[in-house]
Structures are given as structure tokens and as C-alpha cells.
Design a protein. Structure first.
Length: 131
């Protein structure tokens, strides 16, 4: 999420969120929302497949899940569910599960994207004790 936040306030994200807030409509299925930058189509599927998201003691995503995706406190739940789904898919196909494979699954931007995320992970590692 840190990498998404690093690039988050670009002009392309703000109009989609303003549209959602004004109309209640999340927009196109491939529109990315919130700090986690999770696409509308994924939010729909994750809400169906991960009941933990609506559990009041876990994700506590009540009401409109698209507006919830805009909430920095809820974004990690969507990202966690998305990555859990990717791990399940990789396990089912016998594919490798690695740091790099999950980064690419989340955002298949090739080596440039991996390097961007890796820079954010290094920043976290150098700024937080115990890593």
C-alpha cells in the first residue's frame, strides 16, 4: 500500500473518487479506488468471496464497499483479501509464491513496478525497528 500511496494523488485517481462521492457510482469496472488502488471489479468479487470483510470484528466494511475502499483504515483489508485470493490461485496451480510474484500479481507493471515497491519496502525496513 505504501507504494500505491506514494503515487496515489496523481490527477487520474482524484476524479474517480470525486465521481463516486458525488454520485455513489463507482464508475468503470477497471477503475482503481482508494489508498489500496483496488479495482471496482475486484472489490465486487472480494466482497462476495471474503465474508471476513463484512464481519464487524474483522474488516467491518458495512454499507457501500466502494466508499469504504476510500477509507485509509479499510484499504488494507481489501489489499489483504486480494493477495489472499492470489495466494489461493497460485497454490491451486502449483505456482511459486514469492515476494516478487505477489508484487506482480497486485500490479503487473514489470520490473519497474517491482523496483518501485522494493524501494518502499526498503524505506519501511530502515525506518521501523525490528525489521
Amino acid at each position: 500500500i505504501r507504494n500505491e500511496l506514494h503515487h496515489y494523488f496523481s490527477p487520474k485517481e482524484k476524479p474517480a473518487e470525486d465521481f463516486l462521492n458525488a454520485t455513489g457510482n463507482p464508475g468503470l469496472e477497471k477503475t482503481s479506488l482508494g489508498p489500496g488502488q483496488v479495482q471496482v471489479r475486484h472489490i465486487r468479487r472480494l466482497m462476495e468471496n471474503f465474508p471476513q470483510l463484512r464481519n464487524s470484528e474483522e474488516g467491518a466494511i458495512m454499507g457501500d464497499p466502494f466508499k469504504a475502499a476510500l477509507d485509509p483504515a479499510k484499504a488494507p483489508w481489501f489489499v489483504a483479501a486480494y493477495l489472499a485470493e492470489k495466494i489461493q490461485q497460485r497454490e491451486a496451480h502449483g505456482d511459486i509464491i514469492s515476494h516478487q510474484s505477489l508484487i506482480q500479481d497486485f500490479n503487473p507493471g514489470g520490473n519497474k513496478h517491482f523496483e518501485n515497491v522494493h524501494k518502499q519496502l526498503l524505506w519501511i525496513k530502515t525506518h521501523h525497528r525490528g525489521w
